[in-house]
Design a protein around this ligand. Sequence first.
Ligand code: DQA
Length: 154
Amino acid sequence: MSHLIYILNGPNLNLLGQREPELYGTQTLKDIEENCFEIAKANKLQVKFLQSNAEHKLIDWIHGAREEAFGLIINPAAFSHTSIAILDALTLFEGPIIEVHISNIHKREPFRHQSYVSQKATAVIAGFGIEGYNIALNKMVQFFYQKGLVFYIN
Ligand code: DQA
């Protein structure tokens, strides 16, 4: 089985740290990446950590994950609320998918309450700040090593 987990990040997340810190905090995407690499290393897994502002790149990476990854963590950012194309790509991915949002999208504007990605995600984490990525990756570790209950995968 592949030891690789993809962690994909959508538009504007490259500006974390500068972008609306009252909502998204002051830490950067690099900080998130470093935390994820640490968790992966401690658990003998590998991580591919990617960000793009372009929908087609995220779709191509999801196709790549289909070929080589055990699981996929994705913060689709604003594409969560708009992209049927990303949902369609995720539908082709057979492993566990965890959708992460730094903010609690359900507490925000009504247009953020709906996520296409959630229709395919195994689980959704929202509102824990950047800690949500650590939670998601630790869950992937559990799924990978089949620790705990895994009946809810897909
Ligand atoms: C976000 C929430 C989205 O609504 C928003 O468009 C983002 C970030 C989050 O992580 O809280 O860009 O996905």
